[in-house]
Design a binder for this molecule. Sequence first.
Ligand SMILES: C[S@@+](CC[C@H](N)C(=O)[O-])C[C@H]1O[C@@H](n2cnc3c(N)ncnc32)[C@H](O)[C@@H]1O
Length: 206
Amino acid sequence: MAQNVPSKEHFQQAYDGSAPWDIGKPQPVFVEAAEQITGRLLDVGCGTGENSLFFAERGHQTTGIDFLEHPIALAKRKALQRGLPAAFRVMDALRVDELGDVFDSAIDCGLFHVFSDPDRARYVDALARVVKPGGRLFLICFSDLEPPGDGPRRISQDEIHTAFADDWQVESIRQARFETRRDPQQSPFSEGGPLAWFCVIGRSAG
Ligand SMILES: C[S@@+](CC[C@H](N)C(=O)[O-])C[C@H]1O[C@@H](n2cnc3c(N)ncnc32)[C@H](O)[C@@H]1O
């Protein structure tokens, strides 16, 4: 079951170099979906904060969390340099319910697919406590259409439906791609970027 479930050290080492997902701008899928994303926003597993900062610039009150200090320090520095009021905190997403805050929307850009099955269930439960009933989660994860190999777990649509069966309603799942900073000639992933699912998941009211 440990297959493709990366450790904290894996992420630490990735940020010591150039993490392939850290593209220095928001993921295109969130730019495309920006009009759908409303209100106070939580960015779970925010890394160095480009998605959070994109939404802060659009006027959202934004909080990003990540369990590593280094990317959070970089995100805070970018917020200062850009004059954006985004908040960033070091925190484990499995305990995000301890934030003591609630949000209209949440984004998950590449976090859901890192968890083992038991941690996935804990994560979804914790998130349900911080997204308001009637709010929405916007999530992009590796898809099972991406051939096996490097990178995180591949996720099927059935797994997404199962993970969000309680407290949530899966509204839509569509095919998308992650943009990475890998040289296309040397990328171990599909041409055009790793195949992904982009999901809109509503927090059930009541
Ligand atoms: C694939 S990266 C994506 C980062 C960012 N969302 C982006 O798009 O650039 C996944 C991120 O999740 C963070 N992460 C992994 N497990 C976590 C956990 N249990 N709690 C909080 N952050 C976690 C990692 O440190 C990493 O920054």
